[in-house]
Ligand binder design. Structure first.
Ligand SMILES: *[C@@H]1O[C@H](CO)[C@@H](O)[C@H](O)[C@H]1NC(C)=O
Ligand SMILES: *[C@@H]1O[C@H](CO)[C@@H](O)[C@H](O)[C@H]1NC(C)=O
Ligand SMILES: *[C@@H]1O[C@H](CO)[C@@H](O)[C@H](O)[C@H]1NC(C)=O
Ligand SMILES: *[C@@H]1O[C@H](CO)[C@@H](O)[C@H](O)[C@H]1NC(C)=O
Length: 773
């Protein structure tokens, strides 16, 4: 967001920064180059020929794009980049970003319970015409979750392919997995040829993440499913009959923008209905963000894009993938847990979690306990080579969370002769626990429990009574209350790019999720781990996102004419903010305090209600253009995002402000004058709702105003006479100015709901007041 000048300025800074860093100008870097598609002189047989003609070295082209974007990616020296920039048919050069998977690399669980969906899915072909495209690390096609029993031919308009490659013959696809492609040219352009002993040049998954996310979105029913005896039961994705197409873009060194854009381009051309993207990076303005640009093209083509919010929580302003045409998914906990408690020598019991499944500790025996961070130990983090075998042999070792993989700390302890490990959270992680598939008896405890354990150890050494402990593994426990909570790692708002758009949109299950896993990859991801499993438990917004992708496919199956914005509206306006057990507000797992809209957006998704939301807030491509205008994007930047040559912002600016986008949540941002007299603050939102419930229905408004805020809605009753009918309403909001220290802000939240006899359509309403420096 910025003035028209700012977007250009931003690009100029990026380019000049880059020139500065690369000095001599010999270093090449990848750029995604947007060109004026129509401007190709007729002498060129294809766009690629034309693109090549503008480059000295034609081999520097990585991908060409023609569906969601027009142009190509290439390795360019600064001089070449500058030359291209000066060509009249070149619209923009976007520097490449490297993205990462949004998993916390931990254990598992599955989505909303089978009973919830049984009515919808029972033995029907529901959803079988829908295709979910998963942009990720590829797939392990042998998994039972991807069997094609009882599935008919792929949908008639399907244009995708099964691209063969290393350990992935074209017979790897079936009527479930109907498409598979891989994109590594961008990755290899930066990193050199991949090492084929470490990863496969094909859609085959050498990591596990893509197999896991694909099966969450659309895995078939598999029974029994479990990992090391934990979480035993039926595994199934959200849309078990939907088809899958995988687009592998993530490799050992990350996921490269040029490849990601190629995947969007192919997925939309192939004819997917939903794109699931559990990948993210740094938030930048939308015209510099290849995921935002690709997702815009997808959304324009009617493809729903859900993306993970990121795992940067619980701190604020951490949410990523924030464009308003993307559905941004945070992570919640579920009602299942894997308790593994620590019992200290003084009798105190500290609750922990684990999915360790090997030989346990000797029952009834207490083991010597050491803290790796005590005097004489070099590392509280249990980093590789940091533990002295003489000090840890035969003991349970306490390690701090952070820096290296959690399961890897266990390997370090094991290698040094330790018999068990207690992993403790720092204050930042708080009480959020992820269960890991450890290689030795180990458990994770929260920050408060960690303090108790450390105090016990240091007191013991003062009193010369050697500290002892054991770990008691209790298997799988269900019915945990309260649930859901916002997972501690789940990235939080406010939206760093567009304060007027509440992100994340919703939360979905993302802690300890059981889903399919390649039998070629150890469940702990440690090369030394010889165990294999067809399922694994992982945590992250990576796992939350495909729940929503699967759900979106079900919604699209039930309502083929719904736009991506309509599908999101249904998810948002029916989400819940009270926990399922006691009706208390959703808690934040990191503190057990009440969470807020910046943590969960509109709330936790509720599939049954989303199927029949009553009203939807729809958004057209032109509405997004108006939004970009009102967010002060320049005509040039808007063109980069939307490919619309001459966006005229004058009309949009007259008509309103960024918060007037017909979004299903309402968020206003105020900047108080720095030293002027504080005045009352007022604003309005215009919204349009479309009737998708009963033809004749009358909705009445219920307002829960934010504190000390006066809210009116006009009209207060909406009377519909037919399906598809649209009615407008106006929300006016007035609040008193507040005294704030310079550079701080305050947020007030409320909601408005429309209800008829059958439906309740709820939108969060929030108000952010900034005091400038
Ligand atoms: C590929 O990785 C393997 C295993 O780490 C290593 O032994 C081998 O040297 C690598 N090959 C190349 C060409 O880097
Ligand atoms: C949690 O709530 C308590 C009581 O309201 C408050 O004192 C504490 O600061 C809160 N903790 C955080 C991390 O917000
Ligand atoms: C856009 O610029 C105008 C004029 O400078 C300003 O009042 C408005 O707050 C800006 N809008 C956004 C969303 O930044
Ligand atoms: C601000 O609003 C309050 C309550 O609505 C009203 O009593 C007061 O007169 C208003 N003040 C100004 C300066 O408009």
């Amino acid at each position: 967001m910025g003035s028209p000048v700012k977007s250009w300025w931003c690009m100029a800074v990026l380019l000049s920064l880059y020139l500065l860093v690369t000095g001599s100008g010999e270093e090449k870097e990848t750029f995604i180059v947007q060109v004026e598609h129509e401007a190709m002189p007729s002498i060129f047989p294809t766009h690629r020929h034309w693109y090549e003609s503008s480059l000295a070295d034609t081999s520097s082209i990585i991908h060409t794009y023609q569906t969601v974007f027009h142009g190509f990616s290439a390795r360019l020296s600064p001089a070449e980049a500058q030359k291209l920039q000066s060509l009249s048919h070149v619209i923009s050069l976007i520097p490449e970003q490297v993205r990462h998977l949004h998993t916390t690399r931990s254990p598992h669980f599955l989505g909303l319970n089978t009973a919830d969906r049984a009515g919808l899915l029972k033995e029907t072909d529901f959803g079988s015409d829908l295709v979910i495209g998963v942009i990720d690390t590829g797939i392990s096609p042998e998994s039972q979750s991807f069997n094609d029993r009882d599935l008919g031919l792929p949908p008639p308009n399907w244009k995708g392919q099964c691209i063969a490659g290393e350990h992935f013959p074209s017979t790897s696809c079936n009527r479930k997995l109907i498409g598979a492609r891989y994109f590594c040219a961008g990755y290899e352009a930066t990193n050199g040829k991949m090492n084929n002993t470490l990863e496969y040049r094909s859609p085959r998954d050498s990591d596990g993440h893509g197999t896991h996310t694909a099966s969450i979105a659309a895995g078939r029913y598999v029974y029994p499913a479990s990992i090391m005896g934990y979480a035993k039961g039926m595994a199934s994705g959200m849309a078990p009959k939907a088809r899958l197409a995988v687009y592998k873009v993530c490799w050992n060194a990350g996921c490269y923008d040029s490849d990601i854009l190629a995947a969007f381009d192919a997925a939309v051309a192939d004819g997917v209905d939903v794109i699931s993207l559990s990948v993210g990076g740094v938030v930048v303005p939308y015209h510099l963000d290849v995921i935002a640009v690709g997702a815009f093209g997808a959304s324009e083509a009617g493809v729903f894009v859900s993306a993970s919010a990121g795992n940067g929580g619980p701190g604020g302003l951490t949410v990523t993938n924030v464009a308003p045409w993307v559905t941004t998914v945070g992570a919640g906990t579920i009602d299942r847990d894997f308790p593994a408690d620590v019992v200290l020598g003084n009798g105190k019991v500290i609750a922990g979690v684990s999915v360790y499944g090997g030989p346990g500790l000797t029952p009834g025996r207490m083991y010597p306990l050491v803290y790796a961070g005590s005097d004489g130990y070099s590392s509280s983090l249990c980093l590789e080579g940091s533990l002295e075998p003489n000090s840890v042999k035969g003991k349970i070792v306490v390690c701090d969370r952070g820096v290296n993989l959690r399961a890897q700390k266990g390997q370090v302890v094991k290698n040094a002769g330790g018999v068990g490990m207690i992993l403790i959270n720092g204050p930042f992680d708080g009480e959020g626990l992820v269960a890991d598939c450890h290689v030795l008896p180990a458990t994770s405890v929260g920050a408060a429990g960690g303090d108790v354990i450390r105090r016990y150890i240091s007191l013991g050494s003062q009193l010369r009574s050697p500290p002892t402990a054991t770990i008691i593994f209790k298997g799988t426990r269900v019915g945990i209350r309260p649930a859901p909570k916002v997972a501690s790692f789940s990235a939080r708002g406010p939206n760093p790019e567009s304060g007027e758009i509440l992100k994340p949109d919703v939360i979905a299950p993302g802690l300890n999720i059981l889903a399919a896993w390649p039998t070629t990859v150890p469940p702990s991801a440690l090369p030394s781990d010889r165990r294999r499993s067809e399922f694994n438990i992982l945590s992250g917004t990576s796992m939350a996102c495909p729940h929503v992708s699967g759900l979106a496919a079900l919604l699209k199956a039930a309502h083929p004419d719904w736009t991506p914005a309509a599908i999101r509206s249904a998810l948002v306006t029916t989400a819940y903010t009270l926990d399922i057990s006691g009706g208390g507000p959703l808690l934040d797992e990191s503190t057990n305090n009440v969470s807020s809209v910046f943590d969960y957006g509109a709330g936790h998704v509720l599939p049954d209600k989303a199927m029949d939301p009553g009203l939807i807030y729809d958004i057209s491509t032109y509405d997004y253009v108006d939004f970009l205008c009102n967010s002060n994007y320049s005509a040039h930047s808007i063109r980069v995002i939307t490919r619309m040559a001459a966006a005229d912002c004058s009309g949009a600016k007259r008509a309103g402000h960024a918060a007037n986008l017909n979004y299903p949540s309402l968020s206003a941002v105020f900047h108080q004058s720095p030293n002027g007299h504080p005045n009352n603050i007022s604003t309005h939102f215009i919204r349009t709702v479309t009737n998708v419930g009963d033809p004749n229905s009358v909705y009445k408004v219920t307002i829960s105003p934010p504190p000390a805020t006066h809210v009116t809605v006009q009209p207060t009753t909406l009377a519909f006479r037919r399906l598809g009918q649209k009615l407008n309403f106006l929300v006016r909001l007035q609040t008193l100015a507040v005294q704030l220290s310079p550079g701080t802000s305050t947020v007030k939240t409320g909601s408005i709901s429309w209800s008829d006899a059958k439906h309740t359509v709820t939108s969060p309403l929030l108000l952010t007041i900034h005091q400038p420096l």
